[in-house]
Design a binder for this molecule. Sequence first.
Ligand SMILES: [Zn+2]
Length: 408
Amino acid sequence: MLQQFLNAKLADGSLADLTVTDGRFSAIAPAANNPASLGAGAIDLAGQLVLPAFVEGHIHLDTSFYGDAWRPHIPCTNGFDVRERVAFQMQNLEQAAPMEERARNQLELCIGNGSLAMRSHVMVDAAVGLKHVETILAVREKYRDLIDIQLVAFPQSGILSSPGTAELLDEALRLGCDLIGGLDPASFDRDVKGHLDVVFGLAEKRGAPVDIHLHDGGTLGLFEIEEICARTKALGMGGKVAVSHAYALGDISAEALAKAGEMLAASGVSIMTNAPGNHPFPPVAALRKAGVTVFAGSDNIRDSWWPYGDGDMLNRAKMIGYRSGFYEDSELEAAYDVVSHAGARALGLEGYGIAVGTKADFVALRAEHVPEAVVAVPKERTVYRAGREVARNGEVVDSVGLTGLRSA
Ligand SMILES: [Zn+2]
C-alpha cells in the first residue's frame, strides 16, 4: 500500500513530499508544490514539522493510576525511601482499578501524544509473582499494531530481599519479557555482587539486555555504576545495558563525572533520566559530550511515587531542557534528541527516523523548527503509525478500532 504526504517540514527546515510504501518511507523528495502530479488521497501536511515518533524509554504500565481515582501522594516518614514507597504502592494497588484498564489508559495517553516505541518495567516479586507480567504481556499483544513495547522484568522488591524472585525473573523472561531489570543493589539488597550476579547471570542465560533502576547517590551509586560497566564490558554487552535514574551522576564532582562519562561511553552503558523534581540528576550535556547515550522516559505517571507525568515525551524534552539550563538552539535540539534518536539507540530500535527505508512512524505538528517545538510543546498533533493516522490531538482515533480492542 502506498501513501503520500505533501509539504512536510523536515528537521533541517526543508519542505519535502514523503512517500510511504508498506509502512516504510520509500521516497523523500523536495516538495513539488504540484499536488495534481501526485496520487489521489495524498495528505497535505501544509508545512507542519514532521518528527519521528517519540521514544518513551522508561515507564511503569502496571502501577499507574492514570484514568483511575486520584490517589493523594503519601510522603515518606524520613526522606525518600524506596522500601517505604514500595509498601505504599502495595497498599494503593489493592484498591486500584483492574491493571489492564489502567495500563490501557496509560498506553493510549502515550500513543495520543506521539510515542510509538516504549520500554516499560513490570514488577516481579515474591508477593505478586508473575501476575503483573502476564497482564501486561496480554495488553502489549492487543496494542502491537499501534506501539512497540519492550518489557523489563523488574524486581521491585529487590532480588535477595525477596526470596524466589530470581526464579520468577527467569520465568518472566521465558514468558516474553525482553529485558532483565534491577533495583539499587546496595541500598535495597545490601549486596552489590549478589544482586548483579543474578541480573547479569540471567542476561547471559537468556540473551536479554539489562536496565537497572539506580537511585543510590554519591560514591555508593558511582561504585555500582562502575560495577555495572565492568560486567557489561566483560560480557560484551555494550549498547545493551542501561542505568535508569543514576542520580549519583548528578551529585559527584566534575572530575569524577568526567571519568564516569568516559567509562560509560567506553563500556556502552546508556543512562535514562526523567529530569525528576528537586532531585540531582545526570548532567545531560556533559554525558552526551563524553559520548554517552542519554535517553528519557516519563517513569511514573500518577502512581504511588509521584503525582506528575503526562505521557508526552515532547514535554519531557522541555523539562530536561528546563532543568538542564538549555537555552541555545543546539541545546534544545539535544533535549529533543534525548526523547527521539538517542532513545531509539538506547532501545536498539530498528528503522527509526525520517529517511528512506525507515518505519513511517511519525508525528506532525505546527512548529517552526525543533527548538520551538521543545519550548512550545504544541498539543495539536497528528500521529502516524506505518503511515496510518492513529491519533490526533492527544486522542487515539476511532479508525484504529480501539473499541473492538477494548471489548476484546
Ligand atoms: Zn522506574
